[in-house]
Write a protein that binds this ligand. Structure first.
Ligand code: NAD
Ligand code: UDP
Length: 341
């Protein structure tokens, strides 16, 4: 396949893994990133893994002129849009920054795409658009009720895409709602490299395992879940990356426009304590933990109904929890300071 794809945010955690899968599948890749939460080194590693080169453009998605130049010079036929800010807590403290980056950034991107006649987009949405479960597993028609500004930026962009499609049905939009991405590429060369203090369970586990943190805080053991701790649907980042390739291939096969959302999750939930046991097995290190009060805004548990992705995209996860933890540990062990040092 000699098709060119523009990837906004392609140097980030999910973007870099998706670049690998796209290059392996024969696509040409141009990454458009301002590196506000990533390092260019991730892209060098992508090239090492695949033995293929990609094109880098440093720019901000709110800069329409820069986007148009990148679309033209790359000859892209489609865009995968990862560029966005993603820290839930920070989105409550800096909502205007989040709306500007995530919503305005996407508007500028859509305008640039329209000007350049590129009408195919994969958008990174999130299970957070659903909010408190009215039923589980969440299917794509579950009502929306995001509980924080970050989640609302995702829902706003989804609404923008649905409205754009309603007015012009030549657009092709795949909205991918990720559950909890974890893991790292099996090579140990790329992985999640959080800047500042992490919030998510996996990077916090790693800090405990390498002795940078005394113990893991388990937020709540009195939820209505099998062992009382929070349950999430963890998905290996390489499985997630493959979902993007499938979405592009599905859209390319379509005669006309389309706009459809897909849950990308494993369809299985694991509790925090089950994760602790899996971390211990992967790292061979005991993970001391302390039960703490519930974290404000956390949901008890949720997991995906990923039937649509399976039946329409022909996609499903193939990597289990043990692989997620082992690959994460390999990345951490090989790169104790992330991409630096
Ligand atoms: P990440 O922070 O690792 O990657 C995002 C990339 O976008 C970074 O390289 C960053 O430098 C870039 N970026 C941000 N704002 C930009 C801008 N204005 N212009 C150009 N580049 C910009 O995050 P990730 O985990 O890889 O997430 C990718 C996408 O998936 C995000 O949109 C995120 O909201 C979404 N998502 C992530 C998760 C998760 O848990 N990781 C879950 C659901 C959805
Ligand atoms: N969690 C925890 N301790 C931590 C971080 C997270 O017990 O230090 C729990 C959290 O309450 C949730 C699960 O781990 O039940 C996943 O949290 P994460 O922040 O990774 O994802 P999200 O809450 O965004 O789904």
């Amino acid at each position: 396949m000699d098709e060119s794809i523009l990837i906004t945010g392609g140097a980030g955690y999910i973007g870099s893994h998706t670049c690998v899968e796209l290059l392996n599948a024969g696509f040409s890749v141009t990454v458009f990133d301002n590196y506000c939460n990533s390092k260019p080194e991730a892209l060098n590693r992508v090239e090492s893994i695949t033995g293929k080169s990609l094109t880098r453009v440093q720019g901000d998605v709110r800069d329409r002129v820069a986007l148009e130049a990148a679309l033209r010079s790359s000859g892209a036929s489609a865009v995968i849009h990862f560029a966005g800010l993603k820290a839930v807590g920070e989105s409550g403290e800096q909502p205007l920054r989040y709306y500007d980056n995530n919503v305005v950034g996407t508007l500028r991107l859509l305008e640039a795409m329209q000007t350049c006649g590129v009408k195919t987009l994969v958008f990174s949405s999130s299970a957070t658009v659903y909010g408190a479960p009215q039923f589980l597993p969440y299917s794509e028609d579950h009502p929306f009720a995001p509980t924080n500004p970050y989640g609302r930026t995702k829902l706003m962009v989804e609404d923008i895409l649905r409205d754009a499609f309603a007015s012009d049905d030549s657009w092709r939009f795949s909205i991918l709602r990720y559950f909890n991405p974890v893991g790292a590429h099996a090579s140990g060369l790329i992985g999640e490299d959080p800047q500042g203090v992490p919030n998510n369970l996996m990077p916090l586990w790693l800090q405990v395992a390498v002795g940078r943190r005394e113990c893991l805080n388990v937020f709540g053991d009195d939820y209505d879940t099998p062992d009382g701790t929070g349950v999430r649907d963890y998905i290996h980042v390489t499985d997630l990356a493959e979902g993007h390739v499938r979405a592009l291939q599905w859209m390319a096969q379509s005669d006309g426009g389309l706009c459809r959302a897909f849950n990308l999750g494993a369809g299985v939930g694991y509790s925090v304590l089950e994760m602790v046991r899996a971390f211990e097995a992967a790292s061979g290190k005991p993970i001391p933990y302390r039960i703490q009060p519930r974290r404000a805004g956390d949901l008890a548990g949720f997991h995906a109904n990923a039937d649509s992705a399976r039946s329409v995209l022909g996609w499903q996860v193939t990597r289990d929890l043990q692989t997620m933890c082992a690959d994460t540990w390999r990345w951490q062990s090989n790169n104790p300071s992330g991409y630096v040092g």
